[in-house]
Design a binder for this molecule. Structure first.
Ligand code: C5P
Length: 222
């Protein structure tokens, strides 16, 4: 039985997570946050004291953690070797380091393979909404529905600041600009819009508007 894959890409703060979860819930699909996977492996490397300024040290790390993803859109999350890391992976240390780790081709190969396995396992149950940076281009190039979410820098920074404590819009704006530049200029699978994706600027939209628009695209395309 074939299932549906909805690819949701875009820069940080574009509203991907809330929209993806909402779409998955509305359609009874699974939900995969691939950013959480890059964050989880970064958390593990920080624990192992891998030198994250050195791509060769990242590639040459010893051992490999086991990542288990919870793909229920009501309780999404990730564990690393049995440890729930959903709190620490959102902290400033991981956020500051994740783009360096995700730029390493060997890290991407492993995680893309794991993402494709999770997608394949979801298909008999109906399918999955997958959010990230390279879902429509690399992870699931055959997905019938691909959405590329954007929002202006100020709106993205305001949204992210509202989710965190002890930070300011200006700090978040600078941090997001730094991460977006790294993510979109890296050689391996950069942040990019697939040629067959629909671009959706979420700046003027509410979350419900964004979900409704993606559901409309699913009806039209899937
Ligand atoms: O989506 P989120 O902001 O949690 O992603 C964290 C980081 O993981 C991104 O800044 C990017 O470096 C990396 N990432 C990626 N490819 C994906 C998802 C996330 O490189 N598919």
């Amino acid at each position: 039985m074939s299932g549906l894959v909805v690819a949701m890409d875009g820069p940080s703060g574009s509203g991907k997570s809330s929209a993806s979860r909402g779409v998955a819930r509305a359609l009874g699909l699974r939900y995969l946050d691939t950013g959480a996977m890059y964050r989880a492996i970064t958390w593990w490397m920080l624990q192992q004291e891998v030198d994250l300024t050195d791509p060769e040290a990242i590639t040459g790390r010893s051992g490999e953690p086991t990542l288990i993803m919870n793909t229920d859109p009501d309780t999404p999350g990730v564990s690393v070797d049995g440890v729930d890391v959903n709190g620490p992976i959102r902290g400033p240390e991981v956020t500051g380091a994740v783009s360096a780790v995700s730029a390493v081709p060997e890290v991407r190969r492993r995680l893309v393979a794991l993402q494709q396995e999770i997608i394949a396992e979801s298909l008999p149950g109906g399918g999955i909404v997958v959010e990230g940076r390279d879902i429509g281009t690399v992870v699931a190039p055959d997905a019938p529905v691909k959405v590329y979410l954007t929002a202006d820098a100020e709106a993205r920074a305001r949204r992210r600041t509202a989710e965190l404590t002890g930070t300011t819009v200006e700090t978040q704006k600078a941090e997001m600009a730094r991460r977006d530049t790294l993510d979109s200029t890296r050689k391996a699978d950069p942040l990019a819009m697939a040629a067959d994706a629909i671009e959706l600027d979420t700046t003027p939209l509410t979350l419900d508007d964004v979900i409704a628009e993606v559901l409309r695209l699913v009806k039209e395309r899937a």
